[in-house]
Design a protein around this ligand. Structure first.
Ligand code: ADP
Ligand code: ADP
Ligand code: MG
Length: 448
């Protein structure tokens, strides 16, 4: 087992990883940008190094600086968290050449699955259903037109390197498709330095259902059941839950097995998520693999009783999985609300600033993962998520009641947050009945 790990991230996930290391008896080296200097969670690391100015591109994403911190900190492994360098196969490769373990898949498996277009190819190989669309990347407008007419409008133009809901455009007809091709490519080029695009049929009113997988270095792979992340705005997740409401047991098992088949075909190791969309008739289609730990991983931890961060570290260090598929039993229902410093009534405009007062909920089945506190200043430089409120109860109905109680206790003053929106969503009949799809929030009128 490792003695010392570098946490190549910030905020709640950095804190989450530091906590897991503490429990495993592993020392931690944290990094911070000038904007995060003095952040309270940094005190919980054994050592912390500044890696540059506030902009992520100049600090948390800067490979040479992160590697320098790892070298000076004398660590054996790096945990990348999510975002930043977590899905950067080149960084993963650099770690390997410096003899530092990257806590995640190999660079090769990451490259195979991190690119959505090649992941689709692998999924077809593994006999996992993919969304109907182009056979590969699209380079000519005429080709896009031909495919669109073949699969039928509406279509979705997607960036192969896309993430976080960026690099995606819906098109309803030829004219819109022309614009969508350019917009998606330009957005992806700017955000990910790669403007490659492909086409998918736009599935109307789908649910987003994803499967958590975990594989060790000895050929063992399991799934830890699914999460439903259909409560989204602009293709970004707001609320996640497990189990997925209204998914038949047969479909659930089939999807989970398909996910394991895919990661085995890809030679994938460590924790990962296989994302699907499910249409109104219960057909499921693979969309992408997130080759890293995800924001919503606590939902799975609660129902499966597995600490995924500890599992990631153990697996990376060479330990075999301590369980088999039949040992992973899903218990009860868990829900997570992403607490964002945003104004839901103003198009989710970020609301950075100082938190003047904060009261944190507790009680049976309540978990709050956050690095924020009263007096903490939310920086405009990073993602606006400042914490995650997670509940676990015996049934979905009780989980909703518990979440409503916990949301009422959670007070964050001085900035706008998504808390009031969640209180409305959790009382909305469609949510309570589990009749949600990815367009629910926008259609509900709750953000007006
Ligand atoms: P999750 O399902 O874990 O929420 P997201 O796609 O929302 O996954 O991404 C989590 C975090 O990672 C967000 O902060 C998002 O902005 C960032 N992110 C996602 N994909 C990429 C990418 N390809 N490059 C850089 N950042 C990304
Ligand atoms: P990202 O890397 O940004 O997370 P995804 O491919 O996972 O991109 O898609 C993000 C979200 O966009 C999904 O959760 C879903 O809401 C929507 N989406 C993706 N593909 C489709 C599709 N073919 N039809 C309808 N909605 C889709
Ligand atoms: Mg996704």
């Amino acid at each position: 087992m490792y003695k010392r790990i570098l946490v190549a991230n910030r905020g709640e996930i950095a804190l989450r990883i530091i906590r897991a290391c503490r429990e495993l008896g592993i020392e931690t080296v944290a990094i911070f940008s000038e904007a995060d200097r003095g952040a309270a969670y940094l005190e919980l690391a054994n050592e912390a190094f500044c890696v540059g100015p506030p902009k992520g591109a100049d600090s948390y994403r800067k490979i040479d600086r992160v590697i320098s911190a790892a070298e000076i900190g004398n660590v054996q492994a790096i945990h990348p968290g999510y975002g930043f360098l977590s899905e950067n196969a080149h960084f993963n490769e650099v770690c390997r050449s410096c003899n530092i373990d990257f806590i995640g898949p190999t660079p090769e498996a990451m490259a195979r699955l991190g690119d959505k277009n090649t992941a689709r190819k692998l999924a077809r190989e593994a006999k996992v259903p993919v969304v109907p669309g182009s056979a590969g990347l699209i380079s000519e407008e005429s080709e896009a037109m031909r495919v669109a007419h073949e699969i039928g409008f509406p279509v979705l133009v997607k960036a192969s390197a896309g993430g976080g809901g960026r690099g995606m455009r819906v098109a309803l007809n030829d004219l819109a498709l022309k614009a969508a091709l350019q917009q998606a490519a330009a957005e992806a080029e700017a955000a990910f330095g790669d403007g490659s695009i492909y086409l998918e049929k736009y599935i109307e009113h789908p649910r987003h259902v994803e499967v958590q997988v975990l594989a060790d270095l000895h050929g063992n792979a399991v799934h830890l059941w699914e999460r439903d992340c259909s409560t989204q705005r602009r293709h970004q997740k707001l609320i996640e839950e497990s189990p997925s409401p209204h998914l038949s047991q047969a479909t659930r098992v089939e999807m989970c097995e398909a996910a394991v088949r895919l990661i085995k075909t890809a030679g994938y190791t460590n924790a990962g998520t296989v994302e699907f969309i499910v249409d109104g008739s219960g057909n499921y289609y693979f969309i992408e693999v997130n080759a890293r730990i995800q924001v919503e991983h606590p939902v799975t931890e609660m129902i499966a009783g597995v600490d995924l961060i500890k599992a990631q570290i153990r697996v990376a260090s060479g330990e075999p999985l301590p369980f088999q598929q039949s040992d992973i039993v899903a218990r009860g229902a868990a829900i997570e609300c992403r607490i964002n410093a945003e104004d839901p009534k103003r198009n989710f405009q970020p609301s950075p600033g100082k938190i003047t007062r904060m009261m944190i909920p507790g009680g049976y089945g309540v978990r709050f993962d956050s690095h924020a506190h009263a007096g903490y200043t939310v920086s405009p430089h990073y993602d606006s998520m400042i914490g995650k409120l997670i509940v676990h109860q015996a049934t979905r109905g009780e989980a909703i009641d518990c979440m409503l109680r916990a949301l009422a206790e959670l007070r964050i003053e001085g900035i706008q947050t998504t808390i009031p929106l969640y209180r409305e969503i959790l009382q909305h009949a469609a949510f309570v009945e589990g009749r949600i799809d990815t367009t629910f929030v926008e259609r509900s009128g709750l953000t007006q």
